[in-house]
Design a protein around this ligand. Structure first.
Ligand SMILES: [Zn+2]
Length: 236
């Protein structure tokens, strides 16, 4: 059962800014997409932002392209700069879901500082709680077609005929990324990075935990139920 651990602070912001925290496979991307469909929140993923800026050859994009070409990590200040530029566009008026950013405590602090300067703020950080065992099982159920790369999940989205691609009939394969030992290793890295981030938001009474082991529809219903609180929270 999901619970709101603490009440939300009185924060005065013009629209809900929600940060989704959760490991790969926790379903946070799916739920961010739902909030976009149901409440017109912008789904803000830094990966997509990077790609967009690089494609459009903006000044920020050219810098990022350079950095990535050298095999280096994009520095936090540059990432936050792109995020701020995205937040300044008019379609964010209904609010934003941050999906996959911030990833570290440093990034969270940088984001917070820049939002403060603009009189904006994060409404809540929602942590998608799910055990490593459940994730290993979930990701292990993923299969793909080696020919056309269509993807399946034995639990949630099985092919019509067992082990065969719906489109071309090729035998389906598991992905190396989804092997239990690879998943466990990825989760170890993720948890190390993210624990301090979760603590950061907990310290500021911004953290809300949601049980992400449940069905997609149940989690969606829970978020729908919370939305008035997020919208009210920012308009008080
Ligand atoms: Zn196929």
């Amino acid at each position: 059962m999901a619970t709101i651990k603490r009440s939300l602070n009185n924060r005065t912001c013009e629209a809900p800014y929600l940060i989704f925290l959760g490991p790969p496979g926790s379903g946070k991307g799916t739920q961010a997409e739902k909030l976009h469909q149901n409440f017109r929140l912008v789904q803000l993923s830094t990966g997509n932002l990077f790609r967009e800026h690089i494609k459009n050859e903006t000044p920020l994009g050219l810098r990022v392209k350079d950095i990535l070409a050298k095999g280096e990590l994009v520095p936090d200040d540059l990432t936050v700069e792109m995020v701020m530029e995205r937040l300044a566009r008019p379609d964010t008026i209904m609010g934003v879901v941050f999906d996959g950013f911030p990833r570290t405590r440093d990034q969270a602090v940088a984001l917070q500082n820049r939002l403060d300067e603009k009189g904006k703020c994060v409404t809540a950080a929602i942590s998608f709680q799910i055990s490593d065992e459940e994730l290993v099982e979930r990701l292990g159920a993923r299969q793909m077609c080696p020919k056309d790369h269509s993807t399946y999940n034995l639990k949630s989205n099985p092919p019509r005929e067992e082990g065969k691609c719906d489109l071309c009939g090729s035998p389906l394969i598991g992905r190396d990324d989804d092997k239990p030992e690879v998943v466990r290793n990825r989760l170890r890295v993720y948890r190390q990075q993210t624990e301090p981030l979760i603590e950061f938001y907990r310290e500021q009474d911004m953290l809300i935990e949601i049980d992400a082991s449940r069905a997609i529809e149940e989690i969606e219903a829970q978020l729908d139920e919370w939305m008035p609180m997020f919208i009210q929270g920012v308009n008080e």
